[in-house]
Design a protein around this ligand. Sequence first.
Ligand SMILES: C[C@@H](N)C(=O)N[C@H](C)C(=O)O
Ligand SMILES: [Zn+2]
Length: 263
Amino acid sequence: MPISATTTKTSPSNGSATVQPRDLRLAGIALATLLCVACASSTPPTATDTTADLATPGSVGMVDIRELVPDIDADIRYAGDDNFTGTRVDGYDAAKCYLLRPAAEALARLERELRPQGLRLRIFDCYRPERAVRQFVRWAADPRDQRTKAAYYPALEKGSLVPGYIADRSGHSKGATIDLTLLRCEDASPARCEALDMGTPFDFFDPRANTDHPHLDDAQRANRTRLRDAMARHGFENYPMEWWHYTFRLQPPPDTFHDVPIR
Ligand SMILES: C[C@@H](N)C(=O)N[C@H](C)C(=O)O
Ligand SMILES: [Zn+2]
């Protein structure tokens, strides 16, 4: 896994990232490292370091899913204002889905399996820069902004959404996690598709979004099960709090959080 000033590594003990400057030989470098609170990097600068704004998802091992499936359906909600923050999110300079290559290849295999059944995937989010996660956390901590409450978290206080519904250190930043749903498509060109009823919309922060919530109707439960089974066949594990959130089981698991913008 490439490491740069744009990345932080997971602590083996508790699963969260820590700031651990390992090279304090040069006082100037150490000072720069300590001052770079926003970078939160565990690795000191090296000759190959670059700023987050110069690196690309490709340079840290990720691939645009449309290189593998050019016509996959994607509605990258954080690249616009149609999301729970009500604004375009930091780091989403383009509406693209980047994933580590093995995760992207697994997703492409699943899409190929689904199409003959009249089904397709719709992707909402993939790799998420850490600056986006920080924006989510700032949004959740600001009780004055309630513009999206009715649509996204009607029954909960926004301050309670972190970390269960919105992670303060997200697996999305490691490049193997994806938010998505299933579409049923008519065999036309271009395909005419409709999202399956999952019981809640994407990013509806509420117990009803829990994958096994008891008060779903039969069709909604079957649709969630269909998505979960399909994803499991291709190595993706569901997060029980959110029916749309899946992580690809990579060996060894990725341990690097990235803050490279999507463009
Ligand atoms: C914010 C939502 N789409 C999501 O991905 N939630 C999980 C918990 C995360 O932020 O990693
Ligand atoms: Zn997610």
